[in-house]
Design a binder for this molecule. Structure first.
Ligand SMILES: NC(=O)c1ccc[n+]([C@@H]2O[C@H](COP(=O)([O-])OP(=O)(O)OC[C@H]3O[C@@H](n4cnc5c(N)ncnc54)[C@H](OP(=O)(O)O)[C@@H]3O)[C@@H](O)[C@H]2O)c1
Length: 246
């Protein structure tokens, strides 16, 4: 494949395993330099080995998404080193154990909202000047079908993704007059640790593979991808528009 992302800088959160790991490899395969974050250094080092083996390069940043000053320091470091950010994949997220709404512990609520929602807001806040400094800044926020299909005992995760959707759609409108494009990506049920945590008995054969998901996700990070405020649904293999009331 042509290295269409040569000299592009891509930040991928939650890159130590699962969809973020696969997305980082796919973007590196297309030539991007990857800035990979997660808490687990071992997973990041494995990613680094895989990217190097494919001829790419990565900077590893062990970081808890609840560490807001850490996100700000990362933005400062990337500004000093590169002066811009071309691609931001907001992928890191947590899933809580299925619980009746009234039984969710306040700390569990706060932690999950901090990672799934607030950290993505901080990423947009701190990286906005860097995204605007790119000739084709691309933001992809990884959401879930749960956002529009909340079920009993799954409220917390579902509402966190609904909030992420609202944030992404608002931000897409705010950025519309700039070269920055902002979209949402819903992978569908994918063969990752999170999926097996949610459904321990799931038949692996029905799940998407992270590497397949990563290809369509990376397509939305390309400079030539000009859609904004859309949702790519990997189940339907389709880019969807949100309906706005007239
Ligand atoms: N798998 C599915 O079926 C599915 C379906 C719909 C949507 N999604 C969405 O797809 C995205 C990726 O999920 P996945 O299935 O790949 O999950 P996963 O295998 O559990 O991976 C989650 C990633 O997020 C990182 N992460 C979690 N909490 C973090 C924290 N506090 N600070 C920093 N990093 C953190 C993890 O790294 P560390 O633990 O090393 O920090 C890991 O790299 C998520 O947004 C998820 O909601 C997944």
């Amino acid at each position: 494949m042509d290295k269409l992302l040569s000299n592009r800088i891509a930040l991928v959160t939650g890159a130590s395993r699962g969809i973020g790991y696969a997305a980082a490899i796919e973007l590196a395969r297309r030539g991007a330099h990857i800035v990979a974050t997660a808490r687990t250094s071992g997973g990041l080092e494995e990613l680094d080995d895989a990217i190097k083996a494919a001829g790419g390069s990565a900077t590893l940043v062990p970081l808890d998404m609840k560490d807001t000053p850490g996100i700000a320091r990362l933005a400062d470091a990337l500004r000093d080193r590169y002066g811009r950010l071309d691609i931001l994949v907001g992928n890191a997220a947590q899933l809580n154990v299925s619980t009746p709404l009234s039984h969710i512990e306040p700390k569990e609520w706060d932690d999950l909202i901090a990672v799934n929602v607030t950290a993505n807001w901080h990423l947009l806040r701190f990286f906005e000047p860097l995204l605007l400094a790119s000739d084709a800044g691309r933001v992809v926020l990884v959401t879930s079908g749960a956002a529009s299909n909340p079920r009993a005992y799954g409220a917390l995760y579902a509402l966190s993704k609904a909030a992420l959707d609202a944030m992404g759609r608002s931000y897409a409108d705010e950025m519309a007059a700039t070269p920055v494009r902002v979209n949402l990506y819903t992978p569908g049920r994918t063969h990752t640790q999170m999926q097996f945590k949610a459904f321990p008995g799931v038949d692996p054969a029905i799940l998407h593979q992270p590497a397949d998901v990563a290809v369509t996700l990376a397509d939305m990070c390309m400079p030539g991808f000009n859609e904004t405020g859309k949702l790519y649904d990997h189940n339907q293999r389709k880019l969807l528009s949100f309906q706005r009331p007239v």
